[in-house]
Design a binder for this molecule. Sequence first.
Ligand SMILES: [Fe+2]
Length: 134
Amino acid sequence: MPLFLWKKSYEIGIAENDTQHRNLVGIINELSDAMITKKGYIVVPHILEKLEDYIQSHFTTEEEIMRDTKYPALDEHCQEHLAMTTKVIGFKRACAKNHEINVVEVLNFLRDWLKEHIVMSDKKLKANIQTMDA
Ligand SMILES: [Fe+2]
């Protein structure tokens, strides 16, 4: 059973962005599934590579949307993206040091990111887009 199930209500209504969010859920579920079968430490370097690629493409897309829609909380939202980027780089460095990484900490961080950022912060972006469309 996946750790996190995507719901249509999480979509912000911009296909590229929503596809990227679903991809992140897939990456997190992949790590969770690996941990259930005690393979978390084996897959975590690969997961972190995927996350770094994801961050680069997704944050660029989302920040462009925010600029295009004149999102008032752009700076605050970008700070959250920066914090995520810093955390992932930190995990990658820890992993490179002879796998000195706590896989449970990685998974908990990613789960919280989904709950607090995608479900809450990105939802505010959706409300702003809907206001513009009205
Ligand atoms: Fe975001």
